[in-house]
Design a binder for this molecule. Structure first.
Ligand code: ATP
Ligand code: MG
Length: 190
């Protein structure tokens, strides 16, 4: 099994690029953001807990997303691998992922990182707010907190995967097609 971590700041284009990646490499797309949003719309206890945190631009607890990912690993069959989008987002989550995979003698194949400057994050999310209507995109102070949280808690993963020799950075600035070609060129090597 291949395990790809699709990494990048909020608004980097992870969700946008994931579709063509899963199709080309026959992967299962696991987006913790999307899984949490469906818990919220289903009104589950987990969704209720997550809603307040997400709408303030904070992360949900590590154990919550780790549990969601591990149960998908068990239940999804007939794929060549997984594309993890928005997970891991903290060093603790990355260590938990390594531990989950190690139980079966497996490991993260590669971390594919879409990089864009902070100014572009704000521009893209402001644009998306009008289209997708996500509550956490609508308020500038919430977006600001998400960017801050990214730098404080998520960015250290770059060094984590670099040290493991698994870090592959892609320039996320450009058209959707341009970025997609860059990703394919890199991933065709794995
Ligand atoms: P992108 O725009 O690239 O899709 P994003 O940061 O805008 O990324 P999601 O990945 O959809 O959005 O995540 C939305 C919210 O869900 C996060 O701000 C966070 O509150 C919560 N969340 C998602 N994944 C995790 C995670 N692995 N750990 C903790 N919280 C998470
Ligand atoms: Mg997303």
């Amino acid at each position: 099994m291949k395990y790809y971590v699709l990494f990048g700041p909020p608004g980097a284009g992870k969700g946008t690029q994931a579709g063509s990646m899963v199709e080309r490499y026959q992967l299962c797309h696991l987006s913790t953001g999307e899984l949490l949003r469906s818990e919220i719309s289903a009104g589950t206890p987990l969704g209720l807990q997550a809603k307040t945190l997400i709408e303030a631009g904070n992360l949900v607890p590590d154990e919550v997303v780790e549990g969601m990912i591990e149960s998908k690993f068990r239940s999804v069959k007939n794929v060549k691998g997984f594309l993890l989008d928005g997970f891991p987002r903290t060093i603790a989550q990355a260590e938990a992922l390594d531990a989950m995979l190690a139980k079966n003698g497996e490991a993260v194949t590669a971390c594919v990182s879409l990089m864009i400057p902070d100014a572009l994050i704000h521009e893209r999310i402001a644009h998306r707010a009008n289209i997708e209507g996500r509550a956490d995109d609508a308020r500038p102070e919430v977006v600001e907190n998400r960017v801050k949280t990214y730098h404080a808690k998520t960015e250290p993963l770059i060094e984590f995967y670099r040290k493991a020799g698994r870090y592959h950075e892609i320039d996320g600035v450009g058209t959707i097609e341009e970025v997609r070609e860059r990703i394919f060129t890199e991933m065709d090597k794995f």
